[in-house]
Design a protein around this ligand. Sequence first.
Ligand code: SF4
Length: 267
Amino acid sequence: MDKTTAKKIKVAELFYSLQGEGQYLGTPSIFLRVFGCNFKCAGFSMPRGHLSDERLSVDPSKYTDYNSLPLVHTGCDSYASWDPRFKHLSPMMEIKDIVDKMEELLPNGMFGNDAHLIITGGEPLLGWQKMYAYLLAEIGERDMGLNNITFETNGTQDLNQDFLDFLKANPFFPNLNITFSVSSKLPSSGEKFEEARSAFHPSCLLQVKSLKRLFVLRLFVSIMISVTLLILSGLCRTKMIMKMCYVQLMYTQKVLVRVRWLTFQST
Ligand code: SF4
């Protein structure tokens, strides 16, 4: 590794808490929230087609501490981890100081099997990705027993080759379990599909397309059954057939809604 590179990361937050979501829910973890994101997700909690500007009502000059910032009810709730107006609240930290702080926060200064490391953001796989090999090397050299690391990502970024090579060589952690917790951005985020779709591996896109075909097929079959039942109910006028007809129509409606959702996803 090049020792002359400035080994710093712009850190929005660094704290010890319980994981609040996903498969490691409830696990004690060090959270490293890095600054910067390629999205704004201004559509969260907004009526369809509308974008939130609530974060703009927060005056950055009134705050000197990230934790004292007000919560917003619409748009991205981590706005201060990427909005340049709040960048003064996220200091550039040397890798060594970040790991010192981790040691201070962890019980006995060790991750061990009990505590995980979570790297989140913002989007943690943007430019800071090139620093993670240094970060992990520093943790490894201090023998802090790191066994689990999770990247909470929007899934739009590739892993860079240097980081991949480091992970493959894995000189420090023989038992390291790496999780990429991908939160792909749906239309409710307000982000455009063309920008968010690189979150999908080609095989996922294929899956979306085949799911769409499957639903269209189900819709066709449902409509055919509904029409048949309607004709039968006209002929026989029995309550049972009327009931079946109603249930079938409800099912068709459900399939229609899902087809609409999938169509919206891929346009
Ligand atoms: S990807 Fe995540 S951090 Fe970035 S704007 Fe969207 S919700 Fe916020």
